[in-house]
Design a protein around this ligand. Structure first.
Ligand SMILES: *Cc1c(COP(=O)(O)O)cnc(C)c1O
Length: 379
């Protein structure tokens, strides 16, 4: 296969990462503990504010796995979760032997439909079958509607874990950042996210005890003893100090990366908007990072399908990708319950993520816009 020329989202270094990595090498903390790891947790914690506790982990999926376990999710429990998400945001539910119940998105935000959730919670409370946890997903850089979600979680005494893997740098309200929600939120620093540690994640929680337990479980659950003693199952989930050093260099540029991604989104929207071509909405009070520019195209209005665009770009070695395929449509979850009217199904049918990397040049973006415009004008 030929190498792509323009990517969906590539790692974009600040240039400061290697200095931090060199510091880690100088002190020989080539380990899953060390001063850079501690500093990275502190920098992210300071950025998010609100006195939250941060635990750096090997991936966002690992963070979600620990959060679910700390929420008490176990065999046979239900976890209510956004259907439109990445597999890493759902597999940990399976690791715990729990059953997902999937929810549709609101068309106004493309994040979980809180009215739908409220109605189902009311019904489930009457029937004594409330879920153990709710896991709404911040999509493509946009925070979920945290206010009503936190209210519902408190009302029904259900744990709330927010999947903020895609939204570091986003705002929910002027003073509230994505990644600060619920009992815990999870972040991802995978290579294609807005900032990266090459691979990594973080558990962010307001419960000090959860953070303490997460550190314990993530380092093989060693009881205090001179020998290795264990009374519960643990994991090797801690982030490497070297990767954390990369993260320190990346945190220095997070806000400029957000501004760049938003500028890329605005440029696409200005150039491509027309009848039948729409872009992901941003409701009042929310500030998305526009991690990936997500557009929808109505083939009946434009004569062009999402696949027409994707394949035309691919022929030019330009990477684009359909929106996440909803989990209730996946073979793996064919028998899982789903609540909704298919907002997510329609987004999957007609939605496409365009190249959105913060290192993409204006010329490259003009080229992408040019190919799509020619396709639209031809019909
Ligand atoms: C990236 C992502 C994850 C998983 O993060 P990893 O670090 O890749 O394990 C989870 N949920 C969502 C929505 C994601 O986009």
């Amino acid at each position: 296969m030929q190498e792509m020329r323009i990517f969906l989202s590539r790692p974009h270094m600040s240039g400061r990462e290697q200095d931090w990595v060199a510091k880690a090498f100088d002190s020989n903390f080539v380990t899953p503990l060390g001063p850079q790891l501690d500093a990275f947790e502190k920098v992210v914690g300071d950025y998010l504010g609100h006195g939250l506790h941060c635990v750096a982990l090997s991936s966002g999926s690992a963070a979600l796995h620990l959060a679910l376990r700390l929420a008490g999710v176990g065999q046979g429990d239900e976890v209510w979760i956004s259907s439109m998400t990445f597999a890493g945001g759902i597999f940990p539910v399976c690791y715990q032997g729990a059953n997902p119940r999937f929810f549709d998105l609101s068309p106004d935000s493309w994040t979980i439909d809180t009215d739908l959730l409220a109605a189902e919670l009311a019904k489930a409370a009457k029937e004594n079958r409330l879920p153990k946890a709710i896991v709404p997903t911040d999509l493509y850089g946009q925070s979920v509607d945290l206010g009503p979600l936190e209210h519902l979680a408190a009302q029904y005494q259900v744990r709330l874990i927010v999947d903020s893997a895609e939204s570091l740098g986003a705002l929910f309200q002027p003073s509230r950042k994505a990644g600060t929600g619920g009992d815990a939120a999870i972040l991802s620093f995978n290579g294609n996210k807005i900032i990266t540690t090459s691979g990594g994640g973080m558990l962010v929680t307001r419960h000090e005890e959860w953070a303490k337990q997460a550190r314990f479980l993530a380092t093989q659950a060693r009881d205090p003893a001179p020998h290795y003693q264990h009374s519960t199952v643990g994991y090797n989930y801690r982030l490497s100090n070297i990767c954390a050093a990369i993260g320190l260099g990346q945190m220095e540029v997070l806000d400029t990366r957000v501004q760049r991604r938003r500028a890329i989104f605005d440029r696409y929207r200005t150039a491509l908007s027309r009848a039948g071509v729409d872009f992901m909405p941003e409701p009042k009070g929310r500030y998305s990072t526009r991690w990936l520019t997500a557009m929808t195209i109505d083939p009946t209005l434009t004569g062009v399908s999402r696949e027409d665009i994707r394949l035309a770009l691919l022929a030019e070695l330009i990477e684009s990708r359909p929106l996440w395929k909803p989990m209730h449509m996946q073979p793996l979850f064919a028998s899982a319950p789903y609540h909704g009217t298919g907002v997510d199904e329609a987004l999957f049918a007609n939605g496409l993520c365009l190249p959105s990397g913060s290192d993409m040049t204006d010329d490259q973006q003009d080229e992408v816009i040019g190919h799509i415009t020619r396709l639209l004008d031809r019909r």
